[in-house]
Design a protein around this ligand. Structure first.
Ligand SMILES: [Zn+2]
Length: 257
């Protein structure tokens, strides 16, 4: 199987009927790795053919409700339907400490027969190794948002494809380095907020500077809107390569050419 990325959600903080909050899953022969966790995870994973025991890892970019909100639900639902295999959760200390506190607030330590969950606290440094498995090598770098946040870089072992994901951030050199020469950069396009987010034009400028081969805009405002073509026009003003708007359940094969 050609490893794939499935966009499970593409909206910024406010979802609508057609767009969940931004999150996605990497799927290879040996692993299914969620990046952030929103919506109804077990239902959506099943829809794209990823079974209960098949998802192995969850990478959390930062502790905001529109990125980590469904973690407790995913863990509880998986336990209730009989999951046995371990799950590994990765993120910065700021995020994982709060997720663990949240689970303790639900008294998950008293839920009998819970499958093993291991929290991997990542140091807040550029280019840190998150995980290396037979399918993917994944590294992370801190970006610039309201709370400690990481962007992600994925190298697909079977194809050599490089994917980068900005997560939530203002335009910053860390994202340029993270996405240097990437086959695909997914960059947020919430809008120009000097302390936390980027516009589509700024996303295009980052992709251009990084020499990314393709740009996908994600984490954009959907509430009360139904035409997003202005975002593509904006990004095309600063980025010379091919670009597209991420949509929910969009499937992207992780191969070059
Ligand atoms: Zn955020």
């Amino acid at each position: 199987m050609i490893p794939r990325l499935v966009i499970l959600g593409s909206a910024s903080a406010v979802p609508d009927a057609d767009h969940e909050n931004s999150h996605m899953v990497l799927h290879g022969d040996n692993s299914a790795i969620m990046i952030d966790c929103m919506g109804r995870p077990l239902v959506n994973l099943a829809k794209i053919g990823i079974g209960l025991e098949e998802f192995t890892d969850i990478i959390l970019t930062h502790f905001h409700p529109d990125h980590v909100g469904s973690v407790p639900q995913l863990l509880m639902a998986s336990w209730l339907v009989g999951r046995k295999s371990p799950v590994r959760i990765y993120g910065l200390h700021h995020c994982l400490q709060r997720v663990e506190d949240l689970m303790m607030a639900y008294h998950w330590d008293e839920w009998p027969g819970f499958f093993p969950v291991a929290f991997h606290h990542l140091p807040e440094r550029e280019g840190i190794l998150v995980l290396d498995n037979p399918d993917f090598t994944i590294t992370a770098s801190p970006v610039r948002h309201y709370v400690p946040t990481v962007g992600i870089r994925v190298v697909v072992k079977q194809t050599g494809f490089v994917l980068a994901y900005s997560s939530d951030t203002v335009p910053c050199p860390e994202t340029v380095r993270l996405s240097q020469g990437a086959d695909l950069l997914l960059h947020e396009a919430t809008g120009d907020e000097p302390l936390g987010h980027s516009s589509a034009a700024q996303a295009g400028a980052i992709a251009q500077e990084a020499g990314a081969k393709r740009l996908g805009l994600i984490h954009y405002n959907v509430w009360g809107k139904d035409d997003y073509s202005a975002l593509l026009d904006e990004a095309a003003g600063t980025f010379n390569g091919p670009l597209f708007l991420c949509e929910d359940m969009m499937e992207i094969p992780l191969r070059t050419g």
